[in-house]
Design a protein around this ligand. Structure first.
Ligand SMILES: *[C@@H]1O[C@H](CO)[C@@H](O)[C@H](O)[C@H]1NC(C)=O
Ligand SMILES: *[C@@H]1O[C@H](CO)[C@@H](O)[C@H](O)[C@H]1NC(C)=O
Ligand SMILES: *[C@@H]1O[C@H](CO)[C@@H](O)[C@H](O)[C@H]1NC(C)=O
Ligand SMILES: *[C@@H]1O[C@H](CO)[C@@H](O)[C@H](O)[C@H]1NC(C)=O
Ligand SMILES: *[C@@H]1O[C@H](CO)[C@@H](O)[C@H](O)[C@H]1NC(C)=O
Ligand SMILES: *[C@@H]1O[C@H](CO)[C@@H](O)[C@H](O)[C@H]1NC(C)=O
Ligand SMILES: *[C@@H]1O[C@H](CO)[C@@H](O)[C@H](O)[C@H]1NC(C)=O
Ligand SMILES: *[C@@H]1O[C@H](CO)[C@@H](O)[C@H](O)[C@H]1NC(C)=O
Ligand SMILES: *[C@@H]1O[C@H](CO)[C@@H](O)[C@H](O)[C@H]1NC(C)=O
Ligand SMILES: *[C@@H]1O[C@H](CO)[C@@H](O)[C@H](O)[C@H]1NC(C)=O
Length: 497
């Protein structure tokens, strides 16, 4: 029986497993009082020395996996919610067992490992010996030159090299003095952190945020009025305070939170969405280039003759009985490239990724309902469906029922009832899913406050059972290797007996 089958048979097992991961991290990544937040000249950081922690303990800097991919990097992540704030060169993974970050006595900040060339983060024009590298409470990792008169100058900072997440006080835009651009670039695929198709940038002339796919603008935030962008949902902006700077030194955008939320972030996904920890901020994945300019989508091409407004690719899980497929083996194709190819080829009705790492594509041509079955144990694929006609369908149904006035009333009441029921269900489902995702998302440096979140969620009555650490130790045979089901970026997964 596979893990997947087990998860289906015992829905609660998911939560148990998630909870166990939490325990494991809790026990292996204990928050050290008086942990170091900085490196002096001559200091090194590796797996044995453990990570650096910012003073308040919200961020840590260490080596490890990022998300579920196998590649390893040096990264700064948020300790409470585990999102990555900075990563070393995404084109150059390191080997975390041999990797060493060092600040040497000439002021060079570098990463050396058995995999690839050394990564020089900063090298001063002349050797300097009075430097210090510190992980700040903002999540910014900075290298400073300390002067004898007590002042210091900034030599390098991780905030100058954003990856795919934006956090408070981190800038997007351009530094006119150095010509340096600050922008987010998505992951290539879910498991490949290499730079992907989408970027989030600040457009200084129009003063708006834009998402580009492979260099082409596909989404715009619209103008900022009263601290609100017109194409970003109100919910997603409620606790944000934007800061726009436009002068001869720089043209930049950044945000802070109005409620001191320490876990505020925007992630730019490999699908072209911006999400925060509650939902979507922007959805460039719904921009197909024709004039469906809802939500900030831009127009760059005509709609293909065979496509209708409202057609969108929807993620499905199921099995196929198909004969008519074509394959794109080019590994520089990611999700959005497959989608664009399928969209513009009239015979293509669905696609999925070819390789396990998410690259390449399989296109399904001329499929109809007979050629697949939806089934949650199957494989994921993206099927073209029309959201507008589905929607119209229900409207028509109500209209037919409207002929006799009494029937209309009955149907009306029934529909309202159903809608209420459904909404409640969807809400609970989403909330649960989010909670489980949150726990499964744990990377290298979690600490016990994630545990508190979990307890809070429990108290809110989300139908979870609390298992204490000892009962899990017993159930998993003290985390024995026989009971180990697998290992992801978040740590080992065990089977309970
Ligand atoms: C902090 O760094 C100092 C010197 O660099 C070292 O002696 C000490 O053990 C470190 N403390 C921790 C908790 O890692
Ligand atoms: C610091 O590292 C640089 C680059 O690897 C090297 O050239 C330099 O000699 C090192 N300085 C010391 C004092 O080790
Ligand atoms: C740093 O370098 C200066 C000269 O550049 C030297 O006088 C001083 O002793 C050095 N300090 C240390 C701690 O090595
Ligand atoms: C402190 O020293 C540095 C380097 O010598 C110098 O650039 C800076 O202006 C000095 N600051 C003050 C306040 O004297
Ligand atoms: C899309 O835009 C073109 C020109 O801008 C217009 O002629 C056409 O009617 C529009 N189509 C729809 C479906 O709105
Ligand atoms: C879809 O299924 C039908 C019925 O099984 C079959 O005749 C047809 O060839 C299938 N189409 C493709 C493209 O596989
Ligand atoms: C397979 O797809 C091609 C177009 O790519 C189409 O001409 C052909 O009829 C399809 N075959 C079947 C069995 O559906
Ligand atoms: C793969 O796709 C990229 C981008 O579309 C293209 O530049 C490259 O030439 C392709 N490689 C091959 C081997 O077709
Ligand atoms: C659509 O895909 C099929 C199968 O790969 C290919 O034969 C056909 O040429 C494509 N059509 C267009 C317009 O690209
Ligand atoms: C993704 O997988 C394919 C097929 O296994 C492989 O050729 C390719 O190198 C992989 N890409 C990366 C970046 O690892």
């Amino acid at each position: 029986m596979t893990l997947h089958h087990m998860l289906l048979l015992f829905p609660c097992l998911q939560k148990v497993l998630a909870f166990m991961c939490l325990c494991l991290w809790w026990s292996t990544c204990i928050r050290v009082e008086a942990a170091n937040d900085s490196l002096k000249p001559g200091d090194t950081l590796n797996l044995d020395t453990g990570p650096l922690y910012s003073k308040k303990g919200d961020y840590c800097l260490g080596f490890g996996w990022v998300d579920v991919g196998d590649n390893q990097y040096l990264f700064v992540s948020n300790v409470n919610n585990n999102y990555v704030v900075w990563m070393s060169d995404r084109n150059q993974p390191v080997d975390k067992d041999s990797a060493v970050l060092s600040l040497n006595r000439s002021g060079v900040l570098k990463i050396e490992s058995q995999r690839g060339k050394p990564i020089i983060l900063y090298s001063p024009p002349q050797p300097i010996n009075n430097t210090k590298a510190t992980l700040l409470d903002t999540g910014n990792f900075v290298l400073q030159h300390l002067h004898s008169n007590g002042t210091n100058t900034l030599l390098w900072q991780s905030f100058d090299y954003p990856t795919h997440n934006l956090i408070p006080t981190m800038k997007l835009g351009v530094n006119h003095k150095t010509g340096h651009h600050w922008l987010l670039v998505s992951f290539f695929t879910k498991t490949l952190a290499t730079p992907g198709a989408f970027s989030l940038e600040w457009e200084p002339v129009e003063q708006e945020l834009i998402i580009k796919r492979r260099g082409k603008v596909c989404w715009e935030s619209g103008k900022l009025r009263n601290n609100r962008f017109e194409n970003i949902p109100e919910d997603a902006q409620a606790v944000l305070k934007y800061s726009i700077v436009s002068n001869e030194d720089e043209d930049t955008f950044s945000f802070t939170s109005t409620n001191e939320n320490p876990n505020l972030y925007w992630i730019l996904t490999e699908f072209g969405q911006i999400s925060d920890d509650e939902g979507y901020v922007a959805r460039a994945d719904l921009c197909y280039g024709y004039n469906n300019t809802d939500g900030g989508c831009q127009r760059w091409q005509d709609i293909p003759k065979c496509r209708n407004p409202g057609d969108v690719f929807q993620k499905k899980t199921g099995s196929f009985n198909y004969q008519n497929v074509s394959i794109e083996e080019n590994i520089s194709y990611g999700y959005s490239d497959c989608e664009a190819s399928c969209w513009s080829n009239c015979s293509c009705s669905a696609f999925r990724e070819l390789y396990p790492n998410g690259t390449g594509c399989i296109f399904f041509h001329w499929i109809s309902g007979e050629n697949y079955t939806f089934d949650s144990t199957g494989e994921n694929f993206y099927l073209l469906e029309n959201m507008l006609t589905n929607h119209k369908g229900t409207k028509k149904w109500i209209w037919i029922g409207a002929v006799p006035a009494t029937a209309l009333l009955a149907i009306f009441l029934f529909t309202i009832c159903l809608a209420f029921k459904k909404r409640k269900f969807v809400f609970q489902g989403k909330k649960r899913q989010r909670m489980v995702m949150k726990m499964l998302h744990l990377a290298t440096c979690s600490r016990s406050s994630a545990m508190k979140d979990f307890e809070v969620d429990l108290k809110k009555g989300n139908g979870l059972k609390l298992f204490n650490y000892t009962s899990i130790m017993a159930a998993t045979n003290e985390f024995s290797t026989e009971n180990k089901l697998g290992q992801g970026g978040f740590g080992p997964v065990y089977k309970v007996t």
